[in-house]
Design a protein around this ligand. Sequence first.
Ligand code: GTP
Ligand code: MG
Length: 447
Amino acid sequence: MKDDTIAAIATPLGLGGVGIVRISGPEARAMGAALFDRPLGDHRLVYGGIHDPADGSIIDHALGALMLAPHTYTGEDVVEFQCHGGPVVLRRALGATLAAGARAAEAGEFTLRAFLNRRLDLAQAEAVLATIAAQTDAAQRLAIAGLEGSLSRRVGEVRRTLLDVLAYLSARVDFPDDDVPPDDIRPQLTAAHDALARLLAGATVGALYREGVRTAIVGRPNVGKSSLLNRMLERERAIVTAVPGTTRDVIEETASVRGVPLVLIDTAGINEAIDPVERLGVERSRAALRSADLILLVLDGSTPLSADDRALLEAAGERPAIAVVNKADLSPAFETAALPLSAVRVSALTGVGMEELADAIVARLGAHGSGASSLEQALMASARQVDAIRRARLAVEEALRGVAAGAPEDMAGVDLAEAVRALGEITGEDVTEDLLDAIFSRFCIGK
Ligand SMILES: Nc1nc2c(ncn2[C@@H]2O[C@H](COP(=O)(O)OP(=O)(O)OP(=O)(O)O)[C@@H](O)[C@H]2O)c(=O)[nH]1
Ligand SMILES: [Mg+2]
């Protein structure tokens, strides 16, 4: 654990009403006192001037706050200066703290210290990141639940159950005679397994909210892909014209569908393009079709299916896809029932069918029910956390199989220890330096 004093600008570097310089560590109090011309009071805001220690000139008029350990974000003494929110002011104020002996903080270092000082567990620290990164209301609500410990609590319960079983198993090994009566560990293991399966389901839904769903809008030229994008964004983002081949490059924008952030990727219409620019665009839409998490295959419902449409339907059939049969305001030229994908009739022009499309998307993603009820089961979890839960569940499954097959009890112990370790990676009881680096380097500087 580093015990030096760190400082950073904690607010974004632009023009703003207020910008904050944050100092944390054993010397924070002394440094704050050296830079500020009024005495700082614990958990009080004091108005005063920040001085340049080099020449004594005044850098800014600011509010200074001293927060004494342990009741601070990092668990250390913290000083914050609320300056005027300009990049030059803030750089000079930060420079003064560095001149006074602070070290420039690395990305996520304040939150890392909060974790190391047990102000937060690891799952909560990751929830801090998710709270900042949240792109929709629903994602942000999930992240705050995580910050309040929803994931930690549920993972912790399972971990404790498994530790109890492990304790029992090692007692049986150490005192093989009558002291510890034989007990059936299967009910506890089954309960743990079911709890992990529920966690995994919730985390999988949560991951959708957190990471967003990369959604490619594909189809042949002029079927209304860009119109659909604009309709889903509720603004005129992409150019729409009656000329086929309007969209030539890939456009990416995030829309919220029942609270799930969809990263919509509008692409060039797919056909056998001759024009080299158009052909490049077509290549990109093919790539999007292959790599997206979800495909919205747009068809023009007012004209019969073409060979291009059929080829696309076939390609999309192997991927998570929905057929969006557009131009429902015109008279239909084919039946949707015959399509090989689940299909929704919409009109990007009038907005008809957009609710049904949202239902179909949410159902397709497995985020069942209305936004609210799927949110109740959802847990904000990162890919790393989902992976750890999955490993724990596999290990418990393995232990159950062994017990059922009559394997010696201490064999189950090996699997259970593995499960306990995987769960400990989530809350932070079992983490390596590398893992911490990987997690906290994704934070911004000053957090
Ligand atoms: N009647 C009707 N026309 C539509 C609808 N959606 C789009 N259009 C029209 O279809 C034409 C093509 O729309 P775009 O959204 O540019 O189609 P696109 O698929 O993005 O076309 P490219 O970018 O050229 O591949 C425009 O004239 C739109 O006004 C709809 O629901 N109903
Ligand atoms: Mg277009």
